[in-house]
Design a protein around this ligand. Structure first.
Ligand SMILES: Nc1ncnc2c1ncn2[C@@H]1O[C@H](COP(=O)(O)OP(=O)(O)OP(=O)(O)O)[C@@H](O)[C@H]1O
Length: 524
């Protein structure tokens, strides 16, 4: 009864309820609060985090088994004391436990190697599964008839993973079998030898006690070894967990500055020979970029796909550090500024904006400035800025409408989600940096026009109050023509910069791209 109660409490409370919930929140905390985003974009890091997430319960189970191992150790000690009192030779039986332990360590290593080697395949098949069940992607998949092909990919990834893991499990099983067989054979032989040599002349009672205790020893050793190996299995998960913790610590120690950002920008933000290459890639995403974004200006960043526009934005948000060169904010290195404080003075609408489920429309906007998440006047103002009043009017409960159909709320169209993200980015009233990364990619032409006019006005008003710099990333040259400064990126290099007129006069890359776009629109 005690054992059952222990298992009930242990398994339910420790292994299922408290443990994983605690661990999952620790993992989420570490993953989501790091300054950088490298760990969310690198395959080998994602493998570790994936392994950790899927097997986090093993870590907790390992802790629970560790407690049981402790009990078994006490039990073992008692049996050994009793056996030692009959004959010290009988203590040799205990040494045999080393054999299955050693074999088990080999088995675990095989298991761990297979888990790590197949982590990418596991991630791939899960991603393909998510893709097939995602409503946005599934339309395209159905039209193109790619379901079967995706399934094939998914099955292939799954089969490769399962085969490799099964092979490792089989080898691990054989190692364990050999270990226990050797233990049992050695145990029986030693016991027979010891009983024959140490009990001659003793009473039948002594012999019975020795055999009974030895059998009990075998059971206790077996339980202790199994529990010990169970505890050690948690090491498979402990490794990525410890990696995550040490990665988080290094990241925090490296990246977090201490200085507060200035109350208002006086000179601006200067890029000084900034280079950045993503880890694991050969070509720099940004190369020797040197330019000053004057305080109070509207800066447009243009360039073809993959030219480095988003990378420049990521560096401004401190999601990555430049490999060399520096970014100076009114003469102070951005790296030296306290990251949270700097971000608190930044507003941004990214092209890959978030869609927060189970929030009301008001909350989805208010999240842009947590201190004012319940401030309806401010939310209404942000909604107006983003030209999203029409969306609110069309929702059944206005600002209080729950969003996300998958969670019982109302779903929005792509453009409506984008306007929500824009409204969120308009919540902060005194940013030093205002980033609009492809802010109108999902919007129709009239909305785009209205929004740009409003954001230009907002940029000018922010410029007057805090000297804020508004950075707009866009593929549409017509929308950036009114900017004070246009940066033209090509394969990570800043090839030109100046005003629209300067760049047209220079008749370089910008003028060429501008002419191509204008001709395309004229044709339309
Ligand atoms: N997380 C990453 N890991 C490795 N390489 C990356 C990563 N993000 C971007 N890159 C590479 O860096 C280069 C610049 O990418 P970036 O996203 O900055 O370009 P972009 O101009 O913003 O492109 P787009 O217009 O398509 O958004 C590209 O070659 C891209 O493949």
């Amino acid at each position: 009864m005690t054992a059952r109660l222990r298992d009930l409490i242990g398994n339910f409370l420790v292994v299922e309820k408290i443990g994983p919930a605690w661990l999952a929140s620790r993992i989420t905390h570490e993953v989501a609060t790091l300054e950088g985003t490298e760990h969310m974009e690198r395959g080998d890091y994602l493998d570790r985090i994936g392994l950790l997430r899927t097997s986090s319960w093993e870590l907790v189970a390992g802790m629970w088994t560790a407690i049981r191992t402790l009990f078994s150790a006490v039990q073992l000690l008692l049996v050994l004391l009793l056996l030692g009192s009959v004959s010290p030779w009988l203590l040799c039986l205990f040494a045999l436990a080393a054999v299955p332990l050693w074999c088990d360590s080999r088995a675990r290593r095989l298991h761990h190697q297979a888990q790590t080697a197949t982590a990418e395949k596991f991630r791939l098949q899960r991603r393909l599964f998510e893709l097939s069940t995602d409503v946005a992607a599934s339309k395209e998949i159905r039209i193109s008839g790619a379901t079967e092909r995706l399934l094939e990919h998914q099955n292939h990834a799954w089969n490769v993973m399962v085969r490799q893991r099964f092979r490792a499990r089989l080898h691990a099983f054989l190692w364990r079998l050999v270990g226990w067989a050797a233990f049992t054979a050695g145990f029986t032989a030693t016991l027979a030898f010891v009983v024959m040599h140490t009990t001659s002349g003793r009473s039948v009672g002594d012999v019975v006690m020795t055999v009974t205790l030895a059998a009990s020893l075998q059971q206790t050793v077996q339980a202790a070894v199994s529990q010990l190996t169970g505890t050690m299995s948690a090491g498979v998960v402990i490794e990525p967990y410890l990696w995550l913790r040490s990665y988080a610590e290094t990241d925090r120690a490296r990246a977090n500055g201490t200085l507060p950002p200035p109350p208002a920008l006086r000179d601006g933000i200067e890029f000084k020979g900034v280079c950045h290459t993503y880890p694991g890639t050969l070509h720099p995403a940004l190369q020797d970029v040197s330019v000053t974004l004057p305080a109070g200006s509207v800066v447009a960043v243009v360039g073809e796909y993959g030219s480095g526009k988003s990378t420049l934005i990521k560096l401004l948000g401190k999601f990555y550090q430049p490999d060399s060169g520096s970014i100076l904010v009114d003469g102070t290195d951005l790296a030296a500024l306290h990251t949270d404080d700097w971000r608190a003075r930044t507003s941004a609408a990214y092209q890959d904006f978030g869609r927060y489920p189970q929030t009301t429309f008001a909350e989805a906007v208010g999240l842009g400035d947590l201190q004012h998440i319940s401030n309806s006047a401010r939310i209404a103002d942000a909604v107006r800025q983003a030209d999203a009043d029409g969306i609110v009017d069309s929702l059944p409960n206005g600002l209080d409408t729950s969003l996300g159909r998958a969670f019982g709320g109302v779903d929005l169209s792509e453009g409506q989600w984008q306007k929500t993200a824009l409204a969120r980015a308009s919540m902060r009233q005194a940013p030093l940096l205002f980033v609009l990364d492809e802010p109108t990619a999902s919007l129709d032409a009239p909305s785009e026009h209205t929004i740009f006019e409003r954001y230009m006005k907002r940029a000018r008003s922010l410029a007057r109050s805090t000297g804020a710099i508004t950075v707009i990333v866009s593929h549409r040259f017509s929308t950036v023509a009114g900017s004070d400064l246009i940066l033209v990126l090509d394969k990570g290099t800043l090839v030109e910069h100046g005003t629209h007129q300067d760049l047209l006069n220079a008749d370089g890359r910008y003028a060429e791209l501008y002419r191509i776009q204008t001709a395309a629109y004229t044709l339309d």
